[in-house]
Write a protein that binds this ligand. Structure first.
Ligand code: ADP
Ligand code: MG
Length: 201
């Protein structure tokens, strides 16, 4: 097993995150717990790249549709269909438009349990219910109902991989191997060093 500190995860600041001038704030929040930035680029993704990105996980269509259905039941909303795959087919079209509307910032972050940690910092998918203190909860107010009413994707500033397997696939989809940099961050000594020696003179 690889040491947990070697785990890497993909983060993409979506077009609304760039337009809201939140690049610095988002990077600051990810650096804060001790994660290390190992790759970074600004790009204009194509619709094909976005469709591939969201369908790397064969289960994503089902899970995303089911998540919306569960939320609608809790809120007493009626959806045009109860078929999760039909719901996601509509979402995917809107997502392609959203994600190609302007530049995005793609990044790879490394550190112990990075996938889980980044998801915790980013917050839940729907900003309406994302916890206060998370990026989505603190900086945006969108909801499924608003997105449905206006026929668009939910604007939630940031993409973060959902599982460590997803992280690996998504990193390969966005970055070439030689764009990832192996280096040591001095702060890692206090986070990961076993003996904490070498401080006293
Ligand atoms: P997350 O980004 O939290 O992992 P998902 O993978 O379920 O969420 O969905 C991907 C993205 O699709 C979301 O971040 C959001 O921008 C958009 N989205 C998800 N569900 C809906 C929905 N029901 N209506 C509109 N847009 C949605
Ligand atoms: Mg997801």
């Amino acid at each position: 097993m690889n040491h947990p500190k070697t785990e890497r995860t993909l983060v993409v600041i979506k077009p609304d995150g760039v337009q809201r001038t939140l690049i610095g704030e988002i990077i600051k929040r990810l650096e804060r717990p001790g994660l290390k930035l190992v790759a970074l680029k600004m790009c204009l993704p194509t619709e094909e790249h976005i469709e591939k990105h969201y369908t790397l996980d064969p289960e994503w269509r089902r899970i995303t549709g089911e998540k919306r259905i569960k939320n609608a039941r809790e809120k007493g909303e009626k959806l045009p269909t109860e078929d999760p795959l039909e719901i996601t087919a509509i979402i995917l079209e809107k997502l392609k438009k959203y994600m190609t509307s302007g530049p995005v910032v793609a990044m790879v972050w490394q550190g112990a349990h990075s996938t889980e940690l980044v998801r915790k910092i980013v917050g839940g998918t729907e900003p309406r219910s994302s916890d206060v203190g998370t990026i989505r909860g603190d900086y945006v107010l969108d909801s499924y109902i608003m997105a449905d009413t206006d026929g668009r994707a939910v604007r939630n500033l940031i993409h973060a991989s959902g599982t460590s397997e997803e992280s690996e696939k998504e990193i390969k989809h966005w970055f070439k191997d030689n764009e990832l940099i192996d280096y040591r961050l001095i702060a890692e000594q206090i986070l990961y060093d076993v003996n904490l020696d070498g401080f006293l003179e």
